[in-house]
Design a protein around this ligand. Structure first.
Ligand code: IVH
Length: 667
């Protein structure tokens, strides 16, 4: 066989690269390049393929299927869309369609939501199953997770049909969830789309319910509707949130709508990465048909990402609370999409190596649908001659301990639990508002106390001396007194705050509450075996292992003993009226709204009385609280034989002083 020619080699290399990026994007929800950079690769591939007649096939659409889900075939293939970034190319698309139709065509322009495609089938008017795109022919059955998405109606006035749309996360929810993940020591997601994709593929629907997933519908399969405009109206009438659609008869009109959407995009709650231009007439669509993996009647016009060029001045390493060492790019500050960017996370060592980033390099910084700007590549032609490949240090930059890679993790960790920045982050976390809530004990104060050797661990906080504190720069007698009062008050914080404050990897506030609800005391949790932890409702394997490991470390058991001696609250208060409460020890789900109380308030009240509130309805739920406008939970509760309590009864339970621990809040 003759050796492969240069373009042929490039073609094979590109195919391998594309396949690798597809895997990261679709299966792992952890892409390492921007959508824009990926599209460039695909375009180059197509260009080579079409100009050289090699026996290659078009690269297939990405495949999101993973082993752990049941596979179900789509009634009709779920195609992808052809992409373009150019006005001329879009113009050609319009001309091609009009030529094929033999006359003028009406188009509809919709925002392109940067989420995850979902197909929901309704059977006898009820949600039957929900599938991801998968390989286009069959998808993963993610029904259990989709059942928890409030925006998706579970019953509709359409006997049989399939609704397609996009699952996404609102920007503010993405930021809040990522902050929570970081707090619990988990790696944050790079963007909202990845977090949405990861959430759909969670094995525990209760976890998925906490992700606040949202949905926008854009298609109905198998319904007699003649235009896309009417599809959107019908979807709205059926109770689905939908996109806006703009009708256009001429190219200039299409272009105006696209420009409008590009300006509008920053004002939307969801990320849009472009516009979809579709033929409005559904009969014409059938005539036009599809070509390999994309229809001929639609195209996605993608907005080019906002890009800036700057210099990578340095790579600093930040040691987090759980010892994860994260590389951070120090950049010559540059303005990008309205904000001044001077640093950006580089995720991990592998990422730096993959992009071959070197100190002194001129790099590209991009912000597309993503909220967080990312370093996407290097201007090779501007690389300084003396630039050397970056070598991730073998030792912790702060304490010198050897860094290790835990199996299955990309991150490198410093395992020295006395490493100063780790200690500082742990103390900051302990005192933070979300944990022990010790006012005025913030990062700066902790730094100062650590520097002077006054605080090295949690127990030291409770042995501070007033006279010594009063002498510290910026303190004085009054502040010293206030700080000590706040510290003393924190001894009475509920034990879930203490457990959360200990900073056990993967144990956030929610998990801490679950654990205490089940075991009531920190000592009982420390004594629980791994098997028992795993069986606690809402605790997964990784979390159980992490808790078990923590409490099987002699130093941590000693810490627990010391905290107890110091008078911190390690057990839930057995306050007398609690077991009497109607809510005590029971598990509740809520449907509909209550005029006398918001949901959050209601949840707090129930939790305060020793009950738990669950997002999803399962057989573990004892009581369903039914307010105005109940959803599908009601029918399912009846089916499961779960006790149903209406608003009036709920109100009487709450006003029942003998059953309630506190005076209640109902007017
Ligand atoms: S229509 C034949 N409309 O983008 C596929 N898709 O890159 C017809 N998407 O697979 C899809 N917003 O997951 C359509 N307004 C919109 C969309 C949209 C986002 C997604 C969808 C599609 C992908 C293609």
């Amino acid at each position: 066989m003759p050796p492969p020619s240069e373009p042929e080699e490039e073609l094979h290399r590109l195919a391998r690269e594309i396949a690798e990026h597809d895997h990261r994007y679709h299966r792992e929800a952890r892409p390492t390049i921007s959508d824009f950079a990926y599209d460039q690769l695909r375009m180059r591939y197509e260009e080579l393929r079409q100009t050289n007649l090699f026996p290659t096939s078009a690269v297939k659409v990405g495949d999101d299927r993973v082993d752990r889900f049941r596979k179900v075939a789509h009634g009709e293939p779920m195609l992808s869309l052809n992409n373009t970034y150019g006005r001329d190319e879009l113009h050609h698309f319009v001309e091609r369609v009009e030529q094929a139709a033999g006359g003028p065509v009406e188009f509809i322009v919709e925002p392109k939501i940067d989420g995850v495609a979902l197909a929901i089938t309704y059977h006898n008017g009820s949600l039957f199953h929900a599938l991801t795109r998968g390989n286009g022919i069959e998808g993963d059955d993610v029904t259990a997770n989709v059942q928890t998405v409030a925006e998706i109606p579970k019953k509709i006035f359409l006997q049989e049909g399939e609704v397609r749309g996009e699952i996404y996360l609102a920007e503010q929810d993405f930021l809040a969830l990522n902050a929570e993940r970081e707090e619990a020591g988990d790696e944050p997601y790079a963007n909202a789309r990845n977090l949405a994709a990861g959430s759909l593929k969670l094995l525990d629907p209760r976890q998925a319910a906490r992700r606040r997933l949202r949905f926008l519908a854009y298609d109905i399969v198998g319904a007699a509707v003649s235009t896309q405009w009417d599809v959107l109206q019908t979807l709205r009438r059926l109770g689905f949130p939908t996109n806006d659609g703009f009708l256009a008869k001429f190219f200039d009109e299409i272009w105006r709508h696209i420009e409008f959407l590009n300006v509008e995009r920053t004002r939307r709650a969801f990320g849009t990465d472009g516009a979809v231009v579709k033929v409005n007439d559904r009969t014409l669509r059938t005539t036009l048909g599809a070509q390999s993996s994309a229809p001929r009647w639609a195209i996605a016009y993608k907005f080019a990402p906002k890009r800036a060029t700057t210099v990578l001045e340095n790579i600093q390493l930040r040691v987090g609370r759980t010892g994860i060492v994260t590389p951070v790019a120090v950049l010559t500050p540059v303005s990008l999409a309205g904000s001044l960017i001077g640093s950006a996370t580089l995720h991990n060592g592998d990422d730096i190596a993959r992009k071959d980033l070197r100190i002194g390099d001129t790099v590209f910084l991009e912000k597309a649908g993503e909220v967080i700007p990312a370093v996407v590549g290097v201007a090779m032609e501007r690389r300084p001659v003396d630039a050397v490949p970056y070598v991730f240090p073998a030792n912790c930059p702060a304490c010198g301990a050897r860094l290790v890679r835990i199996e299955g993790e990309v991150a490198r960790r410093c395992l020295n639990s006395n490493c100063p920045p780790q200690l500082a982050r742990r103390l900051e976390h302990f005192a933070a508002k979300t944990a022990m809530d010790i006012a005025t004990l913030g990062p700066a104060r902790i730094g100062q106390l650590m520097e002077r050797g006054l605080v090295r661990n949690f127990t030291d906080i409770y042995s501070l001396d007033e006279a010594v504190l009063a002498q510290l720069p910026g303190m004085g007698p009054r502040s010293a007194k206030n700080l000590l009062a706040a510290i003393a008050a924190s001894k009475g914080q509920p034990p879930w705050r203490l457990l959360h404050g200990l900073g056990i990897p993967h144990v956030g506030a929610q998990t801490a509450k679950l654990l205490l609800h089940h075991w009531h005391t920190l000592h009982a949790i420390a004594a629980a075996d791994e098997e028992a932890l795993r069986h606690c409702d809402g605790i997964g394997e990784i979390v159980a292992a992490s808790i078990f490991r923590f409490f099987h470390d002699a130093a941590n058991l000693c810490l627990l003993k010391n905290l107890s001696t110091l008078g911190l609250t390690l057990a839930e208060a057995q306050s007398a009226p609690q077991p009497m409460s109607r809510f005590f020890g029971k598990s509740f789900a809520i449907t509909g709204s209550f005029e006398f109380m918001g949901r959050d308030e209601l949840r707090r009240h129930i939790e305060g009385c020793g009950g738990v509130v669950r997002e999803a309805l399962s057989k573990q739920v004892n009581v369903l609280l039914v307010g105005d406008g109940p959803g599908s939970k009601l029918a399912r509760a009846e089916e499961f034989g779960i006790e149903i309590v209406d608003a009036a009864t709920l109100r009487s339970w709450m006003q029942d002083k003998t059953h309630s621990p506190q005076s209640n809040t109902i007017p």
